[in-house]
Design a protein around this ligand. Structure first.
Ligand code: 5SP
Ligand code: FE2
Length: 230
């Protein structure tokens, strides 16, 4: 995985057909997805449960590009190696998930994956100030984590702007997660984000049997993010 600051669309399979993950991953990549975003939830750090490393390993052969694993679990450190072994390219852990996020980032890179750090909406940008020499991605949650289909929290746009200024020229992606659609994508792209996660706004209207709407949805988010000055 090389660093490239152009806009990347990362559909979240939280909005896919859970009985058909392999085919769904293939369909979204064929329809123009840049990364595949995989939401892991434990029913403890967030009030919802999804799946673990075994499911990630099972879908890995169905993803040609980047598998972007978002861990909404606490504790996180005991599971990093398992997700790296499952084939995650990027592993993102939450600042709020434990007291030793610096060690967590070291462990992710040590396991051979790119290190991502996520911030809940109430967590300030300054929480990652002393991590910038050891992360590859900062994920700004624009909803409270746990569920797809929630409303974008507009106060987070300013946080994205602050992070972009803090990051400067470092090769660090700013990822936006939650409520991304063609109306919110330009706000965060103009503030400095380059990876846009979208679940409901990508999967809406399509299926593995009729995947064309996935492509149209991805294109409208990308076009909105790249062509509109706000
Ligand atoms: O991590 C999460 C939710 O906790 C996300 O990745 C969601 O899956 C995004 O879904 P939409 O808001 O785009 O529907
Ligand atoms: Fe996510």
């Amino acid at each position: 995985m090389t660093f490239n600051r152009s806009i990347k669309i990362a559909p979240s399979i939280l909005s896919a057909d859970f009985a058909n993950f392999g085919a769904e991953c293939e369909a979204i990549e064929a329809q123009g997805a840049d990364w595949v975003h995989v939401d892991v939830m434990d029913g403890h750090f967030v009030p919802n449960i999804t799946f673990g490393p075994a499911t990630c390993a099972a879908i890995r052969p169905h993803i040609k590009g980047v598998m972007d694993v978002h861990l909404m679990i606490a504790p996180v450190d005991p599971y990093i190696e398992a997700f790296a072994n499952a084939g995650a390219d990027v592993i993102t852990a939450h600042v709020e998930a434990g007291p030793h996020i610096h060690r967590t980032m070291q462990a992710i890179r040590g396991a051979g994956a790119k290190a991502g750090v996520a911030l809940n909406p109430a967590t300030p940008a300054s929480a990652v100030e002393y991590l910038l020499d050891m992360v590859d991605l900062v994920c700004v949650m624009t909803v409270n984590p746990g569920f797809g289909g929630q409303k974008f929290i507009h106060s987070q746009v300013e946080k994205v702007r602050q992070l972009r200024a803090m990051i400067g020229d470092r090769p660090i992606h700013i990822e936006i997660d939650g409520g991304v659609d063609p109306t919110t994508a330009p706000l965060v792209a103009n503030a400095g984000a380059d990876v846009l996660v979208a679940g409901s706004a990508v999967f809406r209207g399509g299926s593995v049997l009729d995947p064309a709407p996935y492509g149209a949805n991805i294109r409208s988010i990308r076009e909105a993010a790249t062509s509109i000055e706000v």
